[in-house]
Design a protein around this ligand. Structure first.
Ligand code: MG
Ligand code: ZN
Length: 218
């Protein structure tokens, strides 16, 4: 009985997400869903990304249980930022995305970024109508996250390894990270960045541009 309830929730979510994706496709608007544990650096990555994409028109929907702190940070770099407070909800769902876009000029955008609630588990199961999921893991949180939370890394379109400027001090085992990541996903691209220093942002921005063009010209 309980399983049936969960299935119904996911089915209702998927229907809304499918309609959103169709809308995004018509507009040629690329949408990425950023998922990670709290503190991996989703907001910091987006802050520097927005700064680098100044020439492009961007919007961000950001989910947190409480506060508008992330939206305030992102709002310094972008006009179209909406904070979605989920209360006790540990993920964003497609209806929240639909509602969050009500006052965003989606037909005038080059990019829509969604920063999910910090959580490596259930955000993966809720389709938001995005074209890709970006999984973040930072060098300070443990190289074994891919094997502990395999679903996120299996479904990721891109993995961003953040805080590489802290890899040496945190004793991050890069070999173990790659070996175990490849056990759960043999070919997902991995981009190593520091949002603080800007290290390797060229590679990240190049990946984004290639992704944007692929969505615009399927
Ligand atoms: Mg955040
Ligand atoms: Zn959840």
């Amino acid at each position: 009985m309980k399983i049936q309830v969960v299935q119904n929730v996911l089915r209702a979510n998927d229907a809304i997400a499918a309609a959103s994706r169709e809308h995004f496709n018509k507009l040629g608007l690329p949408v990425l869903n950023f998922i990670s544990a709290p503190g991996s650096g989703k907001t910091a990555l987006l802050e520097r990304t927005l700064e680098c994409l100044k020439a492009k028109r961007c919007a961000v929907l950001v989910g947190d249980l409480a506060t508008s702190r992330d939206a305030e940070r992102l709002g310094r770099h972008c006009e179209n930022v909406v904070q979605i407070n989920t209360g006790k909800g540990c993920h964003l769902d497609a209806a929240q995305i639909e509602a969050g876009l009500k006052n965003i000029p989606v037909d005038q955008l080059d990019w829509l970024f969604i920063e999910n609630v910090g959580n490596m588990v259930c955000p993966v199961d809720f389709d938001l109508g995005e074209h890709g999921k970006v999984a973040l893991i930072s060098t300070v949180e443990g190289e074994d996250k891919p094997v502990k939370y395999p679903t996120l890394f299996q479904k990721a379109t891109c993995v961003v390894l953040t805080k590489v400027d802290l890899a040496a001090v945190s004793g991050f085992d890069r070999d173990q990270f790659y070996r175990e990541l490849r056990q759960v996903n043999s070919d997902v691209p991995v981009i190593e960045v520091s949002s603080r220093t800007g290290e390797n942002f060229d590679a990240w921005l190049a990946w984004l541009e290639q992704f944007r063009l692929a969505v615009r010209q399927p």
